[in-house]
Design a protein around this ligand. Structure first.
Ligand code: KIV
Ligand code: ZN
Length: 515
């Protein structure tokens, strides 16, 4: 079986999803989970975009031991230098250089002729070669580049010292037949192609990202790039869990496999969804809540008789286990600890104690505490932003014939406390206006979403918000059995992150484009 290398760009292309803004701790958390998933190569960010991106890539480079860490760079010396700095401390560093090659990009974006593109890319690869053994080069918008020119660019990249040439369908324009043909043509026509690895990077604008990636595999690609849950620019990237499970389930057909630890897929998907705030649709292949649910009577009957009638892969393969132990308010610390181990958490005694206190609070409000509740509690507790403001109390007066009024009390980092009231055109609006007053911050609520973590009237609600202030964009999360409290917690969390972000020299990179 041929090994297909998996290149994860959740922390770079994935982070380019609108509204997603991961802090350094979150990037490291995701990277460590990607390492557990067995990802071969992790693209941790775009260091030249901002000092914050550079610091994030560096933190990942120092934390991850068993995957190659990659930094993205335009074909410019200052970008390459930023990647050099960011990858200090990495066990297996690699630089990812790119330059657009398609006629549209050459004419309108770069204003360069073909020869200038070849020369600029070559100069960048040769400069990078002084510092890096491993260089990936991407002819951006390769999907819309003339095939003969793409062959020329690939040959140049190999001569200059690239070790991987990645073929991006940057705008998700191609069909599987067309994309596969690019790989076949490169393999058959480019001198020295056997010395390097060929990689596929697809976007999902026409819903073809996974199909195109698999067509690349069929035509000789050695590496697939993508993100967890398929997040990314516009409609997103190839969903890596889909590629991994397609190769696993149809091994005979593809004659290729990955070295991913498939049992970590569900956990990785959940973590990425939680930290990015990008909810996974119920019908999403592999990791959607309904991916293994059987609703119709005929299907249920078939499943009971023989699972393979309607199930081509088992939920256990991706790490979904049926829970045998349901916790409640009488459960003790021992059962709680066992449950954490069962769910795959490896926590210190101090962390277990903090989580146990939260669990007890929840068990007072909710009869059965199931696995999803516990994950929500743990994951909320583990990733902490320094808290300048801690939400203390919320008082709300609401009636459908009266103006909602909220009073918010917070304690502050210096041990003080403050209280403010505000009216709004709804309960959440009143709460948010009161928080603005009490924290003395002027922010714009750019996004608000709410989902229920579990089923039933006593389910935990999880709120995700995105706040903007000038150049800065931050997200916040809050979990509670009460959705108004969850809304307040998410907002205060975001305000704390905003204050933290303002303190660091890193600017938001919302205004940086990949030109
Ligand atoms: O889609 C794309 O072209 C990219 C490049 C930077 C590789 O993400
Ligand atoms: Zn991309």
């Amino acid at each position: 079986m041929r090994k297909i290398y998996i290149f994860d760009t959740t922390l770079r292309d994935g982070e380019q999803s609108p509204g997603v803004n991961l802090n350094m701790q979150e990037k490291v958390e995701i990277a460590l989970q990607l390492e557990k998933l067995g990802i071969d190569r992790i693209e941790a960010g775009f260091p030249a975009a901002s000092p914050g991106d550079l610091a994030g890539v560096n933190a990942v480079a120092r934390a991850v031991k068993n995957a190659s860490i990659i930094g993205l760079a335009r074909s410019r010396e200052q970008d390459i230098d930023a990647v050099r700095e960011a990858l200090q401390g990495a066990q297996d560093p690699c630089i990812h250089l790119f330059l657009a090659t398609s006629p549209i990009h050459r004419k309108h974006k770069l204003r360069m002729e073909k020869q200038q593109v070849l020369e600029s890319a070559e100069a960048a690869i040769r400069y990078a070669k002084k510092y890096f053994d491993k260089i990936e080069f991407s002819p951006e918008d390769a999907g819309r580049t003339e095939l003969d020119f793409l062959c020329e660019v690939t040959a140049m990249a190999i001569r200059a010292g690239a070790t991987v040439v990645n073929i991006p369908d940057t705008v998700g324009y191609l069909t599987p037949g067309e994309f596969g043909n690019i790989f076949k043509t490169l393999k058959e026509n480019v001198p020295g192609i056997e010395k390097i690895q060929l990689s596929a990077h697809c976007h999902d604008d026409l819903g073809l990202a996974t199909a195109n990636a698999l067509a690349a595999v069929m035509n000789g690609a050695d590496q697939i790039e993508g993100t967890i849950n398929g997040i990314g620019e516009r409609a997103g990237n190839t969903a890596l869990e889909e590629v991994a499970m397609a190769l696993e389930t149809r091994q005979e057909f593809f004659q290729a496999k990955t070295s991913l630890v498939l049992g970590e897929i569900a956990r990785t998907s959940r973590l990425v969804s939680k930290l990015t705030g990008m909810v996974v649709p119920g019908n999403k292949a592999i990791v959607g809540a309904n991916a293994f649910a059987h609703e119709s009577g005929i299907h249920q009957d078939g499943m009971l008789k023989e699972k393979t009638t309607y199930e081509i892969m088992s939920p256990e393969t991706i790490g979904l286990k049926e829970s045998k132990l349901v916790l409640g308010k009488h459960s003790g610390r021992h059962a709680f600890r066992e449950k954490l181990i069962d769910l795959g958490y490896d926590l210190t005694d101090e962390q277990v104690n903090a989580a146990f206190a939260k669990f007890k609070d929840l068990a007072d409000k909710k009869k059965d505490v199931i696995d999803e509740d516990i994950r929500a509690l743990i994951e909320e507790k583990l990733i902490k932003t320094p808290e300048v403001f801690v939400l203390d109390t919320i008082q709300l007066s609401y009636g459908n014939q009266s103006v909602p009024t909220a009073t918010i009390r917070v304690t502050t980092i210096d041990g003080g406390s403050a209280e403010e009231a505000a009216v709004g055109n709804g309960s959440v609006d009143a709460i948010y206006k009161a928080i603005d007053k009490v924290t003395n911050e002027e922010v714009e609520l750019a996004d608000y979403s709410i989902k229920s973590v579990t089923h039933g009237k006593d389910a935990l609600g999880e709120v995700h918000v995105v706040l903007r202030q000038g150049d800065y964009s931050v997200q916040g999360r809050g979990v509670s059995t009460d959705i108004l409290e969850a809304s307040a917690r998410a907002y205060v969390d975001a305000v704390n992150r905003l204050i933290e972000k303002r303190k660091s020299p890193a600017r938001s990179r919302d205004n940086v484009t990949l030109i």
